[in-house]
Design a protein around this ligand. Sequence first.
Ligand code: 5RP
Length: 219
Amino acid sequence: MPALINPSILSADFVNLERDLRAIATADFVHVDVMDNHFVPNLTLGLPVVTRIAEVSTLPLDVHLMIEDADRWAPEYAAAGAASVTFHAEATQAPVRLARELRSRGIRAGIALRPASPVEPLLDLLPEFDMLLVMTVEPGFGGQSFIEGTLPKIRRARAALDESGAATWIQVDGGVSRDTIGRIAQAGANVFVAGSAVYGAPDVAAEIAALRDLADAAA
Ligand SMILES: O=C(CO)[C@H](O)[C@H](O)COP(=O)(O)O
């Protein structure tokens, strides 16, 4: 499957969000970071803004919840128009039940891991999810440098998926750039979130194309 590039609007201009959504029209999904200032030490946006983004975006929404009590809130983001909702394993009591609830609403369900959270307890459960998000920086802020020590986790997840035959995607988020995307794709990821690399580029569309090409060439 060709690599998917999902720009993170965490690096967009929130005052000119519609303009910055149009700028990424050649991407695959728009990655929307929801932060509650409890699960992570930052606050971004919530249901009313996600609802409006879903109404104006030409791209499907890939919502990443960095919030506590995912069991309570994740279904609300499905109702708000997300195509995919990813919640943190560290923020749910019942990850499989929550994924089944999201999938029953016709959307994709993702599960995310902080850099220090092990993937091993999830390996047998991966077919229950449409996507595993491996955080490759500490969640909360854009513009951080990629944590190299997360690569073995991606490799272990890819090996488990290859063995089981499950179609679960592996997404990475944090420090994705022209410098790192090849190594990440080689490790087995196929969905790439990039914030500062895309929105900081002089030509956003060209950057999306370059990242996609580099990932496809390395996979
Ligand atoms: O989830 C996030 C932070 O928690 C962001 O999506 C991520 O950090 C993207 O930013 P960058 O590409 O600049 O590292």
